[in-house]
Design a protein around this ligand. Structure first.
Ligand code: MN
Length: 319
């Protein structure tokens, strides 16, 4: 996924410690992604920049693709982050500058670690299923590991935890002792939770993590708060469990992690620590350096937008 806003904006955020359990219902904004796809972006949000190391939450669909070309995001670069692509329906073709070509389908986790730099394209395959529904999430890498070697993981053996009316797939980190094999760099959790009609379940949480819930299908009552699809409910820190209730079948993503220790600069598709770092990444992409080539995509790479006229400044986790 790429941030294709012509003038990527910065939101002003000041680091503030999480106080404890809370409810903050964050409504996303529609952002066009290429010509034919619109995503709902709940992070970064004016009122909250990060949840643990999670720094970007895009939810797309369910979109009917029968009469549409589907997703088409030309080659673009990333630095300093991991991208998590998780589909509920449909298929996306991933190609990257390490030479990976992978059709992403529901049930498999696609984790691309950009580190010092990678480029990729994302598009609906020609023989695509009729519906596309999924998320793309970004995870910021910690200070010591922002420039690690890029890699791509396609993980199909994700652990599941089930209970009455609840079926949890662990994408990153650990839930109830079941750990995902996907490689992460900070204490973090990401899980897809499917709830049956009438489900009433207590989901165990890590007390030292802050958490949020993104509802993807149906409506879920999260700790007593009704959350509609596309809304992100920030839950704060210091909880050992959260109650999830659904009247009809529903799905959600649980996102959490240790509050991120560093202030980051996030601009376009780059996560860094300084204006200079971001500016250099942009220059390298424009000059065809560092990121390598994506083979097999029929079209030109995405040009980087102009840097804003003001210096980019590091920002903290919350407003
Ligand atoms: Mn991308």
């Amino acid at each position: 996924m790429s941030n294709v806003e012509p003038h990527p904006a910065e939101t002003v955020c000041v680091t503030g410690p999480a106080q404890g359990p809370t409810h903050e219902l964050l409504v996303g904004r529609d952002v066009p992604l290429g010509k034919h796809t619109v995503v709902n972006r709940t992070l970064p949000h004016r009122d909250r920049r990060m949840v643990g190391a999670w720094c970007f939450v895009d939810h797309f669909g369910p979109d009917a693709l029968l009469a549409m070309p589907g997703m088409r995001v030309p080659p673009h670069p990333h630095t300093g982050l991991q991208t998590v692509t998780w589909l509920l329906e449909g298929a996306v073709e991933h190609r990257d500058s390490l030479g990976n070509a992978q059709t992403i389908t529901p049930g498999a986790l696609n984790l691309m670690t950009a580190g010092r730099g990678i480029a990729h394209s994302e598009e609906s395959p020609s023989d695509r299923p009729p519906t596309l529904h999924g998320v793309q999430l970004w995870v910021a890498l910690p200070d010591a590991e922002t420039t690690i070697a890029p890699r791509f993981e396609h993980v199909t053996d994700l652990p599941r935890v089930t209970g009455p009316g609840v079926d949890v797939t662990v994408l990153l980190g650990e839930v109830a002792g079941a750990a995902s094999p996907a490689r992460v760099h900070t204490p973090i959790v990401g899980a897809d939770v499917a709830l049956a009609a009438g489900a009433d379940s207590q989901m165990p949480l890590e007390r030292d993590f802050e958490h949020a819930v993104l509802v993807t299908t149906g409506e879920v009552e999260v700790d007593g708060v009704a959350v509609a699809p596309g809304r992100l409910l920030y839950l704060g820190i210091g909880r050992t469990e959260v109650r999830l209730r659904a009247g009809t079948p529903a799905r959600l993503l649980l996102l959490g992690g240790e509050p991120f220790g560093a202030e980051i600069v996030m601009w376009w598709n780059f996560v860094g620590r300084s204006h200079e770092e971001i500016s250099q990444a942009r220059e390298d992409w424009q000059a065809g350096r560092r990121f390598g080539l994506v083979h097999g995509f029929d079209g030109d790479p995405l040009p980087a937008p102009e840097l804003p006229s003001v210096r980019l400044r590091p920002r903290g986790r919350s407003r």
